[in-house]
Design a protein around this ligand. Structure first.
Ligand SMILES: *Cc1c(COP(=O)(O)O)cnc(C)c1O
Length: 385
């Protein structure tokens, strides 16, 4: 089955009791048993819920995986993966990483004895150099946030497999519409379902997709034992959101490409970060690895004046200022003061993150309105030609 057909049909069957075409919201905590232990496969909704089961199957199908497991948030999914490891185990993670992933690794799991190294994975040799006999997992996030660097998933996975190291790919930015890490040998795909998969900024959820039966059983055990499960109402909303994933992503990519090009040509704009631009350092790799370049664009203003970035963000009207991404509506974020504020300025600059960097989650509105909006906002700042 092709992607769009899967997005609409995978995992979803007419309700057996009524024929309802939409999966019902099974808003129930428990299930009546005929006799002790004799039931229809459902005992308690932390363990299994039919609405969640449908969604888990749909997500597995979209990532070309065998097992889908949903959690209460993206970070709860990450938490479940990290609970697979034991004191002394070492994990190598991407250095340009989602802030919350960095936080759970350093602040929650490091005190329990897990060891983390954060490495610039655009250079595979740096990953190789970081591997020790205790390395148990490599955590890849690509495209990265907010600089949209591209990591060669296949190269890192090949290296990891040779050393018997598990690989996990946070596929939130790309979505399965643009890349399927399991196809190139990654062990687990992680998603913040909150973003493009849900797609409507109305749900917080996470998911893991994988092929290995034993690992899936361990992760499902943690899902039930730790209990960070999504409710059936949220599963329904994501099932509904998934049905338009392919057409939403198509428009996100189209709009983002046009905005990136427009920004690139604007005299008041400095660097533009978008993997679809030939000037982007990861452009060739993105072209090989992804089926499109995504809906995220970051850019700097010329002159690097912090106050001017603020003026632009305050002046935007169609773009809303806020954290998160991946919804149908356009958002803008200021990483230096919002998502990455906890990192000292010198550290940020070392990583290439300037104070004027603005990150856009380009929505699916009409492109003319988005560009008009950016234009009126950028017109308000001085030219630093
Ligand atoms: C948002 C996000 C997460 C965390 O997901 P939540 O659903 O907010 O817990 C992880 N990785 C990436 C890339 C994200 O954008």
């Amino acid at each position: 089955m092709k992607f769009g057909t899967k997005a609409i049909h995978a995992g979803v069957e007419p309700d057996p009791t009524t024929g309802a075409i939409m999966t019902p919201i099974y808003q129930t905590s428990t299930y009546v048993q005929e006799s002790p232990g004799k039931h229809k496969g459902y005992e308690y909704s932390r363990t299994h819920n039919p609405t969640r089961t449908a969604l888990q199957k749909a997500l597995a199908a979209l990532e070309n995986g065998k097992h889908g497991i949903c959690y209460a948030s993206g970070l709860a999914a990450t938490d479940a993966v990290l609970k697979l490891f034991r004191p002394g185990d070492e994990i190598i993670a991407t250095n340009d990483l989602y802030g919350g992933t960095y936080r759970i690794m350093r602040k929650v799991f490091e005190p329990f004895g897990l060891k983390f190294q954060f490495v610039d994975m655009t250079d595979v040799e740096k990953v190789r150099a970081a591997i020790t006999e205790h390395t148990k997992m490599i955590w890849i996030e690509t495209p990265t946030n907010p600089l949209l660097k591209i990591i060669d998933i296949e190269a890192v996975v090949t290296l990891a497999r040779a050393e018997n190291i598990m690989t996990v790919v946070d596929n939130t930015f790309a979505t399965p519409y643009l890349q399927n890490p399991l196809d190139v040998g990654a062990d687990v795909v992680m998603h913040s379902v909150t973003k493009y998969l849900g797609g409507h900024s109305d749900t917080v959820m996470g998911a893991l997709v994988l092929n290995d039966d034993d690992l899936a059983a361990q992760l499902a055990f943690i899902q039930n034992a730790s209990g960070a499960v999504p409710g059936p109402q949220d599963c329904f909303l994501v099932l509904r959101g998934l049905k338009t994933l392919h057409i939403r992503m198509q428009r996100h990519c189209e709009n983002a490409a046009k905005i990136a090009q427009w920004l690139h040509e604007h005299p008041k704009v400095g660097k533009v970060f978008y993997p679809g631009l030939p000037t982007h350092t990861g452009h060739d790799l993105a072209t090989r690895q992804m089926r499109g370049y995504g809906g995220m664009v970051s850019f700097e203003l010329k002159g690097d004046v912090y106050e001017e970035a603020v003026i632009v963000m305050e002046s935007l009207q169609v773009f809303s200022l806020g954290e998160s991404l991946g919804g149908v509506e356009s958002l803008c974020t200021h990483p230096a003061s919002m998502t990455h504020a906890s990192i000292p300025k010198e550290e940020r600059l070392k990583a290439g993150l300037k104070d004027t960097l603005i990150r856009l989650s380009v929505g699916i509105e009409d492109i003319e309105d988005l560009i008009d909006d950016l234009n009126q906002a950028i017109e308000k700042v001085e030219s630093h030609g």
